[in-house]
Design a binder for this molecule. Structure first.
Ligand SMILES: Cc1ncc(COP(=O)(O)O)c(C=O)c1O
Length: 396
């Protein structure tokens, strides 16, 4: 499928103001997403919040279908949440651990997830172990296989870490977990919207993602997928009268779908925006999105590698659309600020965001530039040129 760049850019108001290379922070929302949110707020103002929700009930239900289609799931396997962290935490904290139980994770694990492992390890006596990487810094599925024994109670990894372009082999990890019947939780926060996702091919039991990054949805949206067969044994760590029904003075009954992980009150406007964002990505085609976003990132990496004193830090033979780098002698935050002053949006990743990886590789704070399919080749060249000027002290 070819992509109509002119139309896609015309539908992205932000491109008139910025070279936006911060899609791993928050992608620019396209016009249909913005309209869905604004229209619903207008409707709430006009007729009332509950009444607007009732009027849009069918479209709100449709959001579950959209997310399910996006990842190859069933609609009853999806819970909508206010971000990826809540989605991930509600799945993780629903699992039970005993002293000596092993949690296997990746070296480039995201800080929020690792902090949760540490807390649960402190409370239960479970232990956290890091799966070794291969020679390219990519999680090694053969090393995972060699670690498996009866005490492994969870395999939980980040597919694309917060601090760079590494793509961990999520489906190969799934094959190992499935073969041994071990629950598999996948942080797909930075993957969703970047390329096709199929939970059956991944073999994951639970998957958490956000709406605002490469999916180009609104901020404070996310979702959790829980495989139907896994759901039966999972009681959310936090319940309310939506996730469960109060059936008697001493009893309650859980919902029988993944929405047991939701609570009653939600932002209906942004939920509608999330559904439109998923439909928008699927209408373009996730393969098409991937091909262009990866190619733009490759072009940026190639241009940056020409700059004296600059090191590109992305791991793996086939990195994704996140480009991480640092320049000797210049703070990454200063590079971010200098680019921002020239209307180029990037972000930085702190060492504490991926502490084990940053420590093992001796990483400084890195600049994170994350193009998407709606960026142009000229924007990439202009951004790289600006970085070259900043690096050489010629930025003025
Ligand atoms: C790998 C990874 N996982 C999870 C999250 C958390 O997502 P959210 O901010 O939607 O909770 C992030 C956010 O940057 C992330 O990079």
């Amino acid at each position: 499928m070819t992509l109509d760049l002119d139309r896609l850019r015309a539908e992205t108001p932000g491109v008139a103001n910025r070279i936006h290379l911060n899609n791993a922070g928050a992608g620019l929302m396209p016009a249909p997403v913005i309209a869905a949110i604004k229209d619903h707020i207008d409707l709430e103002a006009a007729i009332g919040g509950y009444e607007a929700e009732e009027r849009e009930a069918a479209r709100l239900e449709g959001v579950y279908d959209s997310i399910a289609r996006l990842i190859g799931a069933r609609r009853d396997e999806i819970a909508l949440t206010q971000n990826a962290t809540v989605a991930w935490d509600s799945a993780f904290y629903a699992l039970g651990f005993a002293p000596g139980d092993r949690i296997l994770t990746a070296r480039a694990e995201y800080a929020a997830n690792y902090i949760a492992y540490l807390q649960v390890a402190k409370r239960t006596g479970a232990v956290i172990e890091v799966i070794p990487d291969d020679g390219d810094g990519v999680l090694d599925p053969a090393a995972l296989e060699a670690m498996i024994d009866a005490r492994v109670k969870l395999v939980s990894i980040t597919w694309i870490p917060t601090n760079g372009g590494l793509l961990n082999p999520a489906a190969e990890v799934g094959r190992v977990a499935r073969a041994h019947g071990i629950p598999y939780l996948l942080d797909a926060c930075q993957a969703v919207g970047q390329f096709p996702i199929d939970v059956a091919a991944l073999g994951c039991d639970m998957l958490a993602a956000t709406g605002r990054k490469f999916l180009r949805g609104p901020r404070a949206t996310g979702f959790l997928y829980v495989r139907r067969a896994t759901l039966a044994g999972l009681e959310p760590p936090m319940l309310d009268l939506f996730g469960a029904t109060w059936t008697g003075p001493e009893t309650y009954a859980l919902r029988d779908d993944a929405r047991r992980f939701e609570t009653w009150e939600n932002n209906t406007a942004t939920r509608l925006g999330l559904g439109v964002a998923a439909d928008y990505a699927m209408a373009i085609g996730l393969e098409t999105i991937q091909a262009r976003a990866f190619a733009l990132a490759d072009a940026l990496r190639a241009a940056l590698r020409e700059i004296p004193g600059l090191t590109v830090h992305d791991l793996g033979k086939r990195p994704c659309a996140i480009v991480s780098f640092a320049v000797a002698g210049i703070e990454s935050e200063a590079i971010e600020a200098a680019l921002r002053a020239r209307r180029v949006n990037v972000s930085t990743s702190s060492r504490a965001g991926t502490l084990l990886d940053a420590t093992a590789r001796g990483l400084p704070v890195v600049v994170r530039a994350s193009p998407h399919y709606y960026n142009t080749e000229d924007e990439i060249a202009e951004a790289a040129d600006l970085v070259a000027k900043i690096a050489s002290g010629r930025a003025g």
